[in-house]
Every structure is written in C-alpha cells, then in structure tokens.
Write a protein that binds this ligand. Structure first.
Ligand code: NAD
Ligand code: USQ
Length: 406
C-alpha cells in the first residue's frame, strides 16, 4: 500500500482529500496543527456546518469505511524534527501540502496577520522541502498553490500552466530563448507567499532532484464530496465569514439567510472556480502522475471555469430571489478583468470538470439552509481592508441594491 501524508488534512480541502485517498486505497496520515480551528475562535467565526473534532472525524471514518487514517498534531512551520521523524516512520510516496494560512483578507487584516501568514507559509513550505531532501526518500511533493499567483490584470491572453517562453535581446542585439516561471503578480500577502513558494520548488527540484507538483487552484466552491456525505460526523467545513468565506459560497449562504449579496465594487472581477469534488479528484490524478526525478516542477492549473463576480451574484439572485448589493471594495484589485486559463494538463489526465450548470449550486443552497441556525450575523462583513484608502465591504451605505427579477 502506498502511504500519503496530507498536511493540513483537517481543513476544507484537506479533509475530503484525506477521505477520498483513503477510499481509493492509499494509507493516509493527516498532519495538522489545528491552527484554523484556533483562528475561527480568534475571529468569533465558525464553519456553518458542524465539523466534528479531528479524532471523532477519524473514528467515524474507521467505523464507516473500516479504514484507518493516522493523525499527528505537528506545526510543520515550527516542528521540523517531528516532521522528519514522521516521514521516517510513515515512509510516504507522496506528501500533499495544504498546510498554509489561506485567506487573502486574513493576511491583510493587520501587521501581526501579515507576519504570521509569511512566517507560517514560507517556513511550512521550506521545512517540508528540506525534510524530504534530508530524508533521502523519493517522496513526491504535491502542493496546493493558487491561480492568484498569475494576478488578475488580464486582458484575455490565455494563462499557460506555469511557464512562459520568452525571447530576451542581448546587448549585442542577439536574441536568446528562455523558459521562465510565468511572471507573478500577487494581490495580497497570502498570494505573495504562494508566489514565493514557487521559487523554493524551483530550487529544490533542481538542486535535490525532488519530484514536485504545484497545483494552481482557483476558488473552491461547494462543501460535500461523496465521502463527506456518508455521515454527519464526516461533514466538511463551510466558511462564510468575511475573511475565510470565498465568494460563491458566501453568496449561497447570504441567499439562505436573506442577506443582500455582497458584491465588491462593480463585481467585474473575473475569477477561476472549481468544485470541491474536483479538487479531490485532481489531487489523486496529480499523485498518480508525478514528474520524473530531475524534471522541472510540474505546474497544473486546477480550475474548471471562469466567472465574473456580478454574474455569479445574478445567478444566485435569480435562483433565490435575494437582493444584490454593490458595496465598497475593501481590496486593492482591478475593478474589471478578463481571464482565460489553460487547464489542458488535467483534461489530458482525464478530468471532466464539474460545471456550475450541473445542479450542485442547489446542493450547496440546501446545506446552507439546513444549517442556517448556526449562522453568526456578526461575522458576515468583509472588514479587512487592503490600504487605508479602502473602506470595509459591509452592506451599509451600499451604492445600490438590485432586486432580482425572480
Ligand atoms: P483551510 O484553512 O481550511 O485548511 C488549511 C489547514 O492547514 C488547516 O486545517 C490548518 O490548521 C492547517 N495548517 C496551517 N498551517 C499549518 C502548519 N504550519 N502546520 C500544520 N498545519 C497547518 O484551507 P483550505 O481551503 O483547505 O486550503 C488548503 C490549501 O489549498 C491552502 O494552501 C490554500 O492556499 C489552497 N487553496 C485553497 C482554495 C480555496 O478556495 N479554499 C483555493 C485555491 C488554493
Ligand atoms: N468578493 C466579493 N464579495 C465577497 C467576497 C469576495 O465580491 O463577499 C470578490 C473579491 O473582491 C474578489 C473575488 O470575489 O475579487 C474572489 O474573492 P474570494 O475571497 O472568493 O477569493 P480569494 O481571496 O482570491 O481567495 C480564495 C481562497 C484562496 C485561494 C484563491 C484562489 O481563499 O485560498 O488561493 O481563492 S484564486 O482566487 O484563484 O487566487
């Protein structure tokens, strides 16, 4: 049996991935420092769905599937020796690295959150790479990166999968061909750490011949996968608060409680999306298709489709009859952008991405409605501002409210 260590396996993407890999026959060991549960407390926020403590989650999975999942509470940014010891004990063939602070708004809240995000994310990624290199084992590192490393100032040029061929003119006029990492253009301290991760991957792939896959994932929506649906104790997180709630899940939740949908600015921002069911499939495909030893980092764009924020708001409003509010954008980002992205590499591996049109929006609305009693109104506003010029994106003093025709 092949063993996989899932770092950040108590989180929104990590937990369903751990279950999916376990069901597919991998020996799974979760590593997590449970920092997300601590940050929830710090923010007074909570998952809309009632997530069980990690030991109960794992016990429920054993009861339902008969399969064991290991758990080690390790802070991979701080506890290097414990990480090395775990790798020597478990002898994994792959590590899936979800263990970073992942909210752009949280990373922009203030100085301590900026510094925490950089310290945590950079040290976590570097420790994992250094531990794998030191172990002498052939462990494939699969990292969850983000579409946001490319930036969102696009004019419609298709974003390639990580690399760009360029011609450089030398001082004598001669032209040189180079392949470079696609230029990064991060829009938050969080996205900046993902851009910096890329350089660490490039170095360790070259210097230590590590096999590394970096998955540039779009915004994940939905909450359940076939495994997390099996029992309420296995249910996945559903974040809707102003820091960790991502846009489509926030809109679906806001619709369930009749809160006007909080569109930032004009809603002209175009972003890439993927359903959580496809996240777990993509990880399995990535693990099964590692780069050769000595090969450059494999970068795959992990997304299904692109949408403009205001179009998503209109869609949710037409499904539910909720109002759409255009609020001051708390972020510093292009008001309008086009986005075309290649996802050829996952399509070539056989992925048939789930699209919004396929009915899972209703499933997410049903979940939001089912757990509506757990909604904490005080956490809904997006209060983190990118600069002193930005105002919080709260639905108060809105520019205009649109009422859907539905
Ligand atoms: P999450 O916050 O739900 O999960 C992250 C998990 O990592 C948490 O359980 C946390 O406790 C753990 N963790 C953080 N720092 C750690 C450390 N130093 N040591 C051990 N554990 C640590 O986030 P998520 O939504 O599951 O995202 C997982 C990864 O996927 C992140 O790296 C994120 O950047 C990436 N990603 C997420 C999305 C999305 O929409 N959720 C989209 C693109 C990429
Ligand atoms: N937005 C709104 N209203 C809201 C919330 C967000 O209009 O109530 C807008 C934002 O201003 C932004 C867009 O929606 O233009 C996306 O915001 P988001 O919070 O859904 O996504 P983002 O901050 O980019 O981060 C999320 C995950 C992160 C991941 C990233 C993928 O939290 O971990 O890396 O999506 S990507 O966006 O492709 O970079």
């Amino acid at each position: 049996m092949e063993n996989v260590v899932v770092i950040g396996g108590d989180g929104f993407c990590g937990w369903p991935t751990a279950l999916h890999l376990s069901r597919r026959g991998y020996g799974v060991n979760i590593v997590d420092n449970l920092s997300r549960r601590r940050i929830d407390e710090e923010l007074g926020a909570t998952s809309l769905t009632p997530i069980a403590p990690i030991d109960q989650r794992i016990a429920a999975w054993k009861e339902i599937s008969g399969r064991e999942i290991g758990f080690d509470k390790i802070d991979v940014a701080l506890e290097f020796d414990a990480l090395v010891a775990l790798l020597n004990e478990v002898k994994p063939t792959a590590i899936v690295h979800f263990g970073e602070q992942r909210a752009a708004p949280y990373s922009m809240r203030g100085l301590s959150e900026k510094r925490y995000t950089v310290d945590n994310n950079i040290a976590a990624t570097h420790n994992i790479l250094a531990a794998v290199a030191a172990s002498g084992r052939d462990i494939h590192v699969v990292h969850l990166g983000t579409m946001g490393v490319y930036g969102y100032d696009g004019d419609g040029l298709e974003i390639p999968e990580g690399y760009q061929q360029v011609k450089v003119t030398g001082d004598d006029g001669a032209e040189f061909e180079r392949e470079i990492l696609y230029p990064t253009n991060p829009g938050s301290v969080y996205h900046m750490t993902k851009s910096m991760d890329q350089l660490m991957f490039q170095f360790y792939a070259k210097n230590d011949q590590l096999r590394i896959t970096d998955l540039h994932q779009g915004i994940v929506w939905g909450t359940q996968t076939p495994e997390t649906r099996l029992d309420e104790r296995l249910i996945n997180r559903f974040d809707y608060d102003g820091d960790y709630g991502t846009v489509l899940n926030r809109f679906l939740m806001q619709a369930a409680v009749g809160h006007p949908l909080s569109v930032h600015g004009t809603g002209g921002q175009t972003r890439a999306f993927i359903h959580i069911r496809d996240t777990v499939r993509c990880i399995e495909l990535a693990i099964a298709n590692p780069p050769a030893k000595g090969e450059r980092v494999v970068i795959r764009n992990q997304m299904a489709e692109t949408h403009r924020v205001r179009d998503l708001a209109k869609l949710v409003a037409s499904m539910t009859g909720v109002q759409v509010a255009f609020v001051d954008n708390p972020r510093k980002e292009a008001a309008e952008n086009d986005l075309r992205v290649s996802n050829q590499s996952f399509r070539d591996l056989g992925l048939k991405p789930t699209l919004l049109a396929e009915g899972l929006l209703e499933e997410t609305v049903d979940i939001a409605e089912k757990y509506v009693d757990r909604y904490r109104p005080s956490t809904i506003a997006a209060c983190s501002v990118w600069t002193t010029m930005n105002k919080p994106g709260i639905v108060k003093g809105v520019d205009r409210i649109e009422v859907s025709a539905a």
